[in-house]
Write a protein of this length. Structure first.
Length: 558
């Protein structure tokens, strides 16, 4: 009988499950959409009940597709977005919404309602901020908690447990309130590198919570946000409980791993893959970056010593690779930005009609259009010589750490044909890739030696996205043998929890492997993009200058 593992990934728009064998081969998978609510501008909400229903349906279908016997499933790993979940004392949803609907009890990671709270926390300048790139983001949990306390005091008082979404899922599966070192360190300001108390690895800093106005959490000994913090992949005592086992169609007692954030699962699923016939040593890992591209993009690098880089999250101790420090760059809107531009262009309807009639995706139609348009160019990237995009439509996460920045487009004409949309689509992808280069350049300036990108996520299914990233960053891009790296990373957690593997460092090369490699073009293409990168940086300078003018300030001071 085989030993099989299930990886469960909850993203922004769907819950997915995959069944994997010991070699990391996926035998079956399934996906279910999850609801999003937008009650106001920059508010994004979900329902934990809806998410759990989607998880259960995905798991059952994935098992059916894999033709596995449930007795073969030895371990389960969960990953999810770093969204905030509120439950009352009976584990029922508590509203976090201005609508007052209890079903809407999840503030999604990309929600920006807490910008004011984040700014106030940053002005206070507590020492824990050095571990989030010196600037806390409104996408993190303590600004969101402060917003809830200030704007929805009844919900604040009703809530008995606040969870990061990955930890909610393991709690739902086991009834055991064990929190992940990954999510608490990366999103809640937990100090994972310091000596812990009791069963916990690391500690909370009481003085930080008192300074920012959340001292009541510390007074309750942090019971609402986590008393027992453990490393990712460790088995949660008791395993799968009876009720969730029935809902998932699995055996009670199946090993459940301490959870992980979705992007970090993608990093685990690919960054440890062997290249050139050998597995990476710790020194080799410092030359690698995991790029997880979806609605947003995350850029994950690890080092043996902490690297403090302003505007880039971290350093986070043991938040992805045990015993190593994680540096996490990110772009708040990438896939969502591409879709936004496509859907709001004058040729959008024409594009959708053509995609429907030709039974192709809109991206395939646009990519084919670019191939035709580039025949008279020295290389396809040259189509955007006079069209430049600043991609900060949803602010900038890294390295500028400014959620108030906005998008810009320079070079528009009085024309809105399908060709115009194709070139704008290319310019947006290039702008996203230049944002990735900006992050990598900052990392390398602080001691990294990144030369290889391991990429997964929706963007990696698009050859234009991959080629532009390789050419602009001047890094080789390695695709994983298993394209669903986040599901694989979560399944790896399940394999460790089952006892099959000792730890994550052991399981990563055993269950992952390198696939195709995209090499940068170099030469004229690299020279072209060096100029484009100058424009990319200048667009930001100009935006700040415009704000100075409108605010009546001295522009030289921006």
């Amino acid at each position: 009988m085989r030993d099989l593992y299930i990886g469960i990934d909850v993203g922004t728009g769907s819950a997915r499950a995959g069944v994997f064998d010991q070699q990391g081969m996926m035998l079956g998978s399934a996906s279910r959409e999850i609801q999003l609510f937008h009650p106001q501008l920059d508010y994004v909400e979900q329902s934990s009940s809806d998410i759990w229903r989607a998880v259960c349906a995905s798991v059952k279908t994935a098992i059916e597709e894999s033709q596995a016997d449930v007795s073969e499933i030895k371990g389960i790993g969960f990953d999810a977005t770093c969204s905030l979940v509120a439950l009352d004392g009976d584990d029922n949803p508590v509203t976090i919404s201005p609508t007052g609907q209890d079903e809407q009890n999840v503030i999604v990671w990309m929600d920006h309602r807490a910008v004011d709270q984040a700014e106030r926390i940053n002005k206070a300048g507590h020492s824990v901020l050095q571990y989030v790139g010196h600037v806390i983001s409104p996408e993190m949990q303590t600004p969101k908690l402060l917003w809830l306390k200030e704007h929805l005091p009844r919900s604040w008082n009703r809530t008995r447990r606040f969870f990061d979404l990955p930890d909610f899922l393991t709690y739902k599966a086991t009834g055991n309130d064990t929190r992940s070192l990954c999510s608490t360190v990366c999103k809640w300001t937990y100090l994972g590198h310091e000596k812990g108390e009791g069963e916990s690895v690391g500690r909370w800093d009481d003085s930080y919570f008192e300074q920012i106005g959340l001292g009541d959490l510390a007074a309750d000994r942090f019971v609402k946000i986590g008393v027992r913090i453990r490393p990712m992949g460790e088995s949660i005592g008791g395993g799968l409980a009876a009720k969730p086992a029935a809902e998932l169609g699995l055996n009670e007692g199946t090993a459940i791993a301490v959870s992980i954030i979705d992007a970090h699962a993608g990093g685990i699923g690919m960054i440890g893959a062997g290249l050139d016939g050998s597995n990476p040593a710790a020194d080799d890992l410092e030359t690698r970056l995991a790029l997880i591209g979806g609605t947003s993009s995350c850029h994950m690098a690890v080092s043996r010593e902490p690297k403090f880089i302003k505007g880039i999250w971290g350093p986070y101790y043991s938040a992805m690779i045990p015993g190593m420090w994680l540096t996490e760059g990110g772009q708040s809107a990438t896939g969502s930005l591409i879709d936004f531009v496509i859907c709001n262009h004058g040729a959008s309807l024409t594009l959708r009609d053509r995609a429907r009639s030709e039974k192709k995706t809109v991206y395939e139609i646009l990519n084919e259009r670019l191939t035709r348009l580039s025949r008279e160019q020295p290389y396809p990237a040259a189509l955007t010589r006079e069209l430049h995009v600043c991609p900060y439509f949803h602010g900038n996460r890294s390295p500028r750490a400014n959620p108030n920045l906005r998008g810009m487009i320079s070079g528009l004409r009085m024309s809105a044909t399908l060709d115009d949309l194709a070139i704008l689509y290319l310019a947006v992808i290039q702008a996203i890739a230049h944002g990735a280069k900006h992050i990598i350049d900052e990392m390398n300036r602080h001691g990294y030696r990144i030369k290889t990108i391991f990429a997964c996520g929706g963007g990696t299914k698009n050859p234009v996205f991959l080629k532009e990233h390789a050419d602009i960053t001047e890094c080789a891009i390695v695709l994983n043998r298993e394209p669903e790296s986040m599901l694989l990373g979560s399944a790896m957690l399940g394999a460790v929890a089952s006892g099959r593997y000792k730890n994550l460092r052991q399981v990563m090369p055993a269950m992952s492997g390198a696939g195709d490699i995209i090499h940068p073009g170099g030469g004229e293409i690299a020279a072209y993009h060096q100029k484009k990168h100058e424009v990319f940086l200048k667009l930001h300078e100009d935006q700040l200058a415009y704000r100075c003018i409108m605010n009546g300030d001295h522009c030289s001071d921006h």
